[in-house]
Design a protein around this ligand. Structure first.
Ligand code: ATP
Ligand code: MG
Length: 366
């Protein structure tokens, strides 16, 4: 995938911008609050149909203006596409090659994106919920079936929780729970099955990338921590048996608490480097490198699933990495993946690499 040009109008603090960006590596350099992230965000919006840091699209329209426009010419193999998004007070119009796309799910995939932003540190530092969301988002990008099963599963869990509360008040019959359990087990197995398969590839790529960035022998290990005693090697039938037995075991407790205590919605990931738990003991730089390795692993996964490399957006990542890690990070993606980087300073970046890149100074949205 390549973005050949980007055109923005009245987008955040950028009044008008046209970029010809056929090169592989692009740096946006400038002081704080100048518009660097805004440019990266616009590419994310063109790929995903929404921003990663705003809940409403209205925030993206320049203050005092009525609309914003984003356009990109992208190339996917031999296929050329024109992507365009217009934002107004009333809503959002997304089109591809001049044809309006009413379903975002049909549009996503036109420009696959992997973004690494400062807030992604929470994949390591944050709660299990953040790690589950990471898993779900990343698997969802390559497996629509996964999104389907997950949506069904989450709905069922909330229905089941209501039923558990009714059972506590003796307002319902336990036989209903047996029916729901059967469906729950079946969906849980579909989710686990896909998460495990994904994790095997993720682990492999993340480990290699982590090694390339750190140049150290300490291995990054990503382990799935299930809420029931499962192992990633189990077949679907075995997973179902374990879940069934576990649900029987915790039934009284679940009724007492009115909530579903086991299943994919209660699982977690554990990240270690050289056997040391990063969540508890990792330095900021170590945590960032691990989170970054997971995100970069997603690039390889998307490539292997779709045959195309996504676009990589690196927002403010370099400042937290030492010079060696910076160089190895940029070297590891050089040439293959079109990358857009924001930074407040180019210090510590290999001058040879800079010569082969396009560097833009960003000042007050210009
Ligand atoms: P940092 O180095 O601090 O991350 P940055 O260059 O990435 O800075 P941006 O996040 O791109 O900065 O934001 C630049 C400016 O855009 C901010 O000062 C912000 O107030 C402004 N801004 C945000 N939304 C809008 C909008 N809708 N209209 C006009 N300006 C906006
Ligand atoms: Mg920024």
């Amino acid at each position: 995938m390549r973005v050949h040009s980007l055109h923005l109008k009245q987008y955040r603090n950028i009044n008008e911008l046209t970029l010809q960006c056929q090169e592989t590596l692009h740096f946006f350099v400038g002081a704080n609050a100048q518009g660097k992230t805004n440019i990266l965000e616009s590419l994310y919006v063109l790929g995903m149909g929404k921003s990663h840091r705003s809940r409403t699209h209205k925030e993206l329209i320049q203050f005092g203006k009525e609309s914003a426009q984003l356009q990109a010419q992208v190339v996917k193999g031999t296929q050329k596409m024109k992507l365009s998004i217009t934002l107004t007070e009333k809503g959002k119009k997304v089109s591809r090659n001049g044809i309006e796309q009413t379903k975002l799910s049909h549009y996503i995939g036109s420009l696959p994106i992997v973004l690494f932003a400062p807030e992604d540190l929470s994949i390591v530092k944050g709660s299990p919920q953040v790690r589950r969301r990471f898993l779900d988002m990343e698997i969802g990008q390559v497996s629509p079936a996964y999104i389907h099963y997950l949506t069904q599963y989450n709905k069922l869990v909330s229905q089941r929780n209501s039923l558990l509360k009714q059972l506590a008040q003796k307002k319902s019959h336990p036989s209903l729970l047996t029916v729901i359990n059967e469906q729950l087990i079946s969906l849980a197995c579909e989710i686990w099955f896909r998460r495990f398969r994904f994790l095997i590839s993720l682990q492999k790529w993340a480990q290699e990338i982590h090694q390339a960035i750190t140049q150290q022998t300490d291995e990054l290990v990503v382990k799935y921590v299930p809420s029931v005693k499962l192992s990633v090697e189990m077949k679907k039938e075995e997973l179902a048996q374990v879940m069934e037995a576990e649900l029987a075991k915790v039934m009284d407790k679940e009724i007492q608490r009115g909530t579903t205590l086991v299943g994919p919605h209660r699982d977690d990931l554990n990240l270690t480097v050289g056997g040391i738990d990063l969540h508890t003991f990792g330095s900021q730089g170590q945590q960032r490198t691990a989170a970054l390795s997971l995100k970069l692993a997603e690039i390889e996964l998307i490539y292997h699933e779709t045959g195309y490399y996504p676009i990589l957006l690196l927002d403010d990542v370099l400042s937290e990495l030492d010079d060696q890690r910076k160089t190895h990070l940029l070297e590891s993606i050089k040439g293959r993946v079109q990358t857009f980087v924001t930074t407040t300073s180019l210090d510590g970046i290999d001058p040879v690499l800079l010569q082969q890149s396009k560097v833009y100074q960003v000042k007050q949205g210009i």
